[in-house]
Design a protein around this ligand. Structure first.
Ligand SMILES: [Zn+2]
Ligand SMILES: [Zn+2]
Ligand SMILES: [Zn+2]
Length: 752
């Protein structure tokens, strides 16, 4: 019998894991399962690398959490799957004391089971107290004003501890020993329920009940939580959900759900053991789950219209636990910001901005120092993929491989893509990724930014007085971020597909292939470019992308093809204007974007002509795949780029045959699901074909398009069948939230 190939699992554990027999426990667990590797302690936490068959590693991970020493407590656990390096034994390595200078700020941690028991115990002095916490759980990142992490440097400073809390805080044997946000009903923060005139309707004890009653009656309640405001409505009340959508002008984007219990999640969604672990983890992210098919559900349809998945989370603060326990049904929760505005953190500001949206405001007097969004994860190929790295994860660092960085590497500040996305700061091997420019006491020596001259982030970087500035091409940053988190050294072939990014030749890139070697990064291929009539307008109008595509194939004749859904979607006047634009190349930039190709296909088949938010059409193309199984694929042709210099082998992936096939399928009345499947399959086969042209076995998949589960899973499967080694994202998002990490790596490469 052949032994299954070994793989490596890297785990970073933070929490009360030092000095409680954690390392001997890991040693016994690993050796018991026949795993090889090591465990060590460092000021940043306990780090483990274990190698062996995948199935044993999965067991190791589950047992680690379930059987850990009684006095240990895990506040954060991040696992990454990597290539095996061939460890010969399992050992407890010497503890590292290097890197101790970077004080680690913990993320906000979901309520622990001890605190939960207390708030639901009528005899406990913290019974029903929504701000209960201890050293193992509670707010951290969202309340810290400066370092070191002491109460005086948090937004808890205005609450003087009562004698009982102080005694807990001073007692080394107490669970609240040095718990900085320690509080109780006597001395801590309190809830109030306000109407939109700032009038407190209820204080103290009745507040939660009154808020729950309002939600039950279909009201929209703005709830001040850990890192910002949520707008909450009863998820089983169609009219209430629709009212929220209407008032918030968020008419189609799916809303997340907070469920009262795991059991209630399972009554609506399929939940795998890994997904269950994520839901219950201290990070408590939103997990995208598949709805149970053909089941009449209590969830209002307008929570996530036409969507086969739901974004589910469990309560992660005592306030949420108490509220949801009182309601005993799920609520739809969306961040309390108007579309495209930053999240509200202050109750007065929230009241101003959310007046007219929220009926009532459930607020409290513990200030939020920095806003933290809910994190979002999705399981792909039985691995975690973080789509938004925020609450529960930020600001914990991603640790780079020693081949990329050194302990004394110059510190890099990377400003990401758009200002709203994550920024990153490197300190030695560690890269801190967060939604904010950190107030860490490190002076960066290098600043890395996107090449796009109009990005606010680029302008921000330009104004910084940092000696060295580096511009990094957007899609190269995507590939480098994926390589870094997979600890992959060059060479590798990078596939970088997303909506939009500033290209090195001044066109809009987004369907790119790169060959990454130690010496250089070369663009070796891309999708055939087409024009976007109206430029930025195309982002919300798939019909414009489609028209650009059709014009490329058919030229002027396309404007007479009124039977094609795309053409039919414009008025005569609009068509005339677009024709002039395309003909004269006015305001019609060229793009090789895969995201815009998704949009175009959605328009060609009549699925979406205009949309409410970027990526909506692509998302619905993915939804259309639900339940369909086919290996059929449209045809892409691969050509050498005409203007490529002879020495440079640049490949163009031509979609024209595919577009013609799609048009004929539409005419024949082939279903949207089938067309979508053949389109996705075609993209995957194109990746495989291009990979075959280069002798590089390692293929890196990055960019927003790879949030698409079908695309990623099928690409991985097909590449493996053809004996390639595919890599994709795990801890860092494939979308623009991962750009900052890639910029850091690019800056580090630049110095070599
Ligand atoms: Zn606790
Ligand atoms: Zn107290
Ligand atoms: Zn991107």
């Amino acid at each position: 019998m052949k032994t299954p190939p070994a793989t490596r699992l890297k785990i970073a554990v933070r929490g009360a894991v030092q000095g409680v027999g954690f390392r001997p426990f890991i040693f016994r667990l690993a050796t018991g399962l026949g795993l090889k590797g090591w465990v060590n302690n460092s000021p940043q936490g306990v780090f483990i690398e274990a190698e062996g068959p995948r199935i044993k590693l999965e067991k190791f991970l589950l047992q680690l959490e379930n059987e850990k020493p009684p006095r240990s407590f895990i506040q954060s656990l991040e696992a990454t799957w990597l290539d095996a390096v061939g460890y010969k034994k399992f050992e407890i390595r010497k503890s590292e004391d290097s890197g101790g200078k970077t004080a680690l700020i913990l993320p906000d941690i979901a309520t622990c089971s001890d605190c939960l028991r207390e708030i639901f115990n009528p005899k406990n002095r913290r019974h029903a107290y929504p701000f209960t916490n201890c050293t193992n759980c509670g707010p951290r990142f969202s309340i810290i004003e400066s370092l070191p992490y002491d109460r005086a440097n948090t937004s808890m400073k205005k609450f003087a501890m009562c004698p009982e809390c102080q005694a807990e805080y001073d007692d080394p044997r107490d669970r609240r020993f040095h718990a900085q946000p320690n509080a109780c009903p006597v001395c801590g923060p309190h809830l109030e329920l306000w109407d939109s005139n700032c009038e407190a309707l209820f204080g103290r004890n009745e507040t939660l009940l009154a808020a729950a009653n309002a939600i039950r009656r279909g009201k929209i309640v703005a709830v001040k939580g850990l890192g910002g405001f949520h707008l909450m409505v009863a998820a089983n009340n169609e009219a209430a959900v629709q009212r929220l959508r209407k008032r918030k002008h968020r008419e189609e984007k799916p809303l997340a759900l907070m469920f009262p219990s795991l059991k209630s999640v399972k009554s609506v969604c399929e939940v795998s053991p890994l997904e269950e672990r994520l839901l219950r983890s201290p990070e408590a992210p939103i997990v995208l789950l598949k709805k149970i098919a053909n089941k009449k559900s209590q969830i209002a349809n307008s929570v996530a219209p036409n969507n086969p998945s739901l974004g589910a989370m469990l309560p992660y603060t005592p306030l949420h636990h108490l509220l949801l326990a009182e309601l005993n049904f799920p609520v739809a929760a969306t961040s309390g910001n108007l579309s495209d505005e930053p999240i509200c953190t202050d109750e007065r500001e929230a009241l101003e901005r959310l007046r007219g949206i929220a009926d009532l405001f459930l607020v409290h007097d513990r200030p939020i120092v920095r806003h933290v969004d809910d994190s979002i994860v999705r399981v792909m190929l039985n691995r975690e993929m973080v789509l938004r790295r925020a609450r529960g994860y930020a600001p914990l660092p991603v640790v780079l491989n020693s081949k990329i960085s050194a302990p004394d590497s110059q510190s890099v500040l990377a400003v990401g893509a758009h200002l709203k996305n994550a920024v990153a700061l490197s300190v030695g091997h560690q890269v801190f990724i967060s939604q904010h420019i950190g107030d860490l006491e490190t002076e960066p020596e290098i600043v890395a930014a996107d090449l796009h001259p109009d990005y606010l982030s680029t302008k921000f970087a330009d104004e910084l007085e940092i000696p060295k500035h580096i511009g990094v091409q957007h899609h190269i940053a995507h590939v480098l971020s994926c390589m870094a988190e997979n600890e992959l050294e060059p060479p590798a072939l990078g596939v970088s597909w997303d909506g939009t990014g500033y290209g090195l030749d001044g066109t809009i890139w987004g369907g790119e292939f790169f060959l990454v070697t130690n010496e250089k990064i070369e663009r070796i291929g891309h999708l055939r470019p087409f024009r976007l009539p109206g430029g930025d307008k195309a982002v919300k109008e798939p019909r414009r992308s489609a028209l650009g595509l059709l014009y490329e194939i058919f030229g002027d004749t396309i404007f007479g093809q009124g039977k094609i859904p795309t053409v039919a979607a414009f008025s005569k006047t609009e068509l005339a204007a677009l024709k002039t634009m395309l003909k004269n190349k006015i305001n019609s930039p060229l793009t090789s974007s895969a995201g815009r190709l998704f949009d175009a296909v959605a328009s060609l088949i009549g699925l979406h002509q205009t949309m409410r938010f970027e990526g909506q059409a692509a998302m619905e193309l993915e939804f259309a795949l639900d339940g369909i199984e086919t290996d059929e694929a449209y045809e892409f042709s691969i050509m050498a780029r005409e203007d490529a210099r002879p020495t440079k082998s640049e490949i163009v992936l031509d979609w024209s045959l595919m577009v013609e096939e799609i048009l004929s399928d539409v005419k024949r009345g082939v279903s949207v699901s089938e067309i979508s499947a053949k389109f996705h399959n075609a993209l995957v086969e194109a990746i495989v074909e291009i990979a075959k042209k280069f002798s590089e076995p390692r293929i890196v998949l990055s960019g927003g398009c790879f949030q698409n589960r079908y695309l990623t899973e099928r690409a991985v499967k097909r590449l493996r069948e053809e004996k390639f080694k595919p890599y994709w994202h795990q801890r860092v998002p494939p979308n623009d939230g991962g750009i900052a990490l890639g910029q850091v790596v690019a800056a580090m490469r630049d110095k070599k």
